[in-house]
Design a protein around this ligand. Structure first.
Ligand code: NAD
Length: 299
């Protein structure tokens, strides 16, 4: 059997950057304004510092204005709520990204709830999550699953009636991913760490999305020949005592011999989370300025 097509997430991210750049320039012509994202970081979590630098770099590349607000871990929750409130009411800010995790002792749900839902570019506010789960138009949906769907569209022409298994049920990835696939017309099975016979449920699937955070969980004999595999997992080899770099939730070298298409780690899903942060920032801008989105560009 032929080896799987490797779905190139780096090329897709470059294409989305071009699309967003074109839309931002059109919007500036139309409204005289550019989308403006505020990125709030509390504490010194090293991974967060890298993620934020990447987000700011990609914003700059596509013409989205951004500002970073950095605070030390001893910021109080009340002070953070007041900062979020100011940004929520600032007409010059169209998107607010609260970098997670927050330092221990802060109530993440309470702080997310304080973000103006119209500016919640992560799609984590309960109002946006509810709107998205209800399938309403123009809802701000979580970024990573939107990126996974875009990657799937590169290799799947017709989703209707396909069987999909999503491993992991978090609010950030697994649950919204299952919902997006359901909205495309798939029959979706969601599995988690308490599920029985995960292998069997994967083997029955035309599409597998693995988002468990468990290195090389999905083996070749879990995969139906010709299935499409999206690997969301980011597992640091250093944390596993196995050197440096990252691996996904899928045993890539073996599974690529069975699947028809597969995302690599790194270079697959990873760049799309920022791609859809950019897209959501443009959507939030459009919603706030009552601009009808350019449907041709899907924005
Ligand atoms: P999470 O810890 O919040 O949720 C993990 C889910 O997987 C849970 O529902 C749990 O029950 C399930 N699970 C854990 N081990 C399992 C197992 N052995 N079998 C079946 N189910 C299992 O994690 P998350 O935030 O959803 O992230 C999942 C993975 O995706 C992590 O590796 C994370 O780093 C990665 N991630 C990547 C991106 C990206 O941009 N590529 C974005 C977000 C998350």
């Amino acid at each position: 059997m032929q080896e799987a097509r490797i779905i190139d997430g780096v090329a897709l991210a470059a294409q989305i950057d071009e699309e967003v750049t074109a839309v931002v320039s059109q919007l500036e012509e139309k409204s005289g304004k550019r989308p403006h994202l505020a990125v709030v970081v509390v504490g010194e979590d090293p991974a967060s510092q890298i993620y934020v630098a990447n987000k700011v770099r990609r914003c700059k590349k596509v013409g989205i204005d951004s500002k970073e607000l950095r605070y030390s871990a001893d910021l109080s929750e009340a002070e953070l709520l007041s900062i979020i409130d100011d940004l929520s009411n600032d007409d010059d800010i169209h998107g607010i990204l609260l970098q997670l995790p927050l330092p221990k002792g802060m109530d993440t749900h309470k702080v997310i709830h304080a973000i103006n839902p119209a500016k919640d570019v992560d799609g984590f506010h309960p109002l946006n999550f509810g709107r998205f789960m209800a399938g309403l138009d123009h809802a701000l949906a979580p970024c990573t699953p939107q990126g996974c769907l875009r990657l799937l569209r590169m290799v799947v022409d017709d989703f209707e009636g396909k069987d999909a298994t999503v491993i992991g049920c978090s609010n950030i990835v697994g649950k919204p991913m299952a919902e997006l696939l359901l909205q495309q017309g798939c029959s979706v099975t969601s599995v988690h760490h308490l599920s029985r016979d995960i292998e069997g449920k994967c083997r029955a699937a035309d599409i597998i999305v693995a988002a468990a955070g468990s290195p090389h969980l999905v083996k070749a004999d879990w995969v139906k020949p010709g299935a499409v595999i999206i690997d969301v997992g980011i597992n640091r080899l250093r944390d596993l005592g196995k050197g440096s770099g990252i691996v996904g939730d899928v045993d890539f070298d073996e599974v690529k011999k069975v699947a028809s298409a597969i995302t690599p780690v790194p270079g697959g899903v990873g760049p799309q989370t920022i791609s859809y942060l950019l897209v959501n920032t443009v959507r939030a801008f459009n919603n706030q300025l009552d601009i009808v989105p350019d449907e041709k560009l899907g924005l």
